[in-house]
Design a protein around this ligand. Structure first.
Ligand code: ZN
Length: 166
């Protein structure tokens, strides 16, 4: 993990607040950015300042990315991906590795008992949230979360991290 290069500036926090429509909580880094430099994914502590356990290490903040993930969800992509996980052993194994990567990234920030072993987005056996998969794939880069990579590719015409729509 590259938290050393993920410094969160006051400007980042201001942009996150604008993107989320509320004050960002527990942000420890910016795990991915738009080509223009604005945050797309906030790396978030597994325990929020008020003590609440927070499983979503990689939180998708960019409104264009959030909308693109929502559109895919509305189009039944999650159901189709989950069905493939049940029939494709190789994909299931890669997705389990993605789950382990996610947990490792969280443990590198802090260990939180309440969510130990539980990642996010339905991993490791289901797809329940494409926003989580988008964020993980954007933060980790290609080749870590196969279904996150696929979801980003499916959304390419509406949103891509390499084309600024901020
Ligand atoms: Zn941008």
């Amino acid at each position: 993990m590259n938290t050393a290069t993920e410094t969160v500036s006051d400007d980042d926090l201001r942009v996150l607040a604008e993107q989320l429509g509320r004050e960002p909580r527990g942000v420890v880094g910016i795990a991915a950015r738009c080509v223009c430099g604005r945050p797309t994914v906030a790396r978030t502590a597994p325990r929020l300042p008020d003590g609440t356990p927070f499983p979503t290490v990689f939180y998708l903040t960019h409104p264009g990315a959030v909308a693109a993930a929502s559109t895919l969800e509305a189009n039944g992509v999650m159901k189709e991906m989950t069905a493939r996980l049940e029939s494709d052993d190789e994909l299931a194994a890669e997705y389990r590795k993605a789950h382990e990567h996610y947990l490792g990234q969280r443990e590198a920030i802090a260990h939180v008992d309440e969510i130990a072993g539980i990642s996010a987005g339905g991993m490791p056996t289901r797809v329940k949230c494409l926003h989580v998969l988008f964020a993980h794939a954007l933060a980790a880069g290609p080749g870590v979360n196969p279904l996150g990579d696929e979801a980003l590719a499916l959304a390419r015409d509406t949103w891509s991290p390499s084309r600024c729509t901020c």
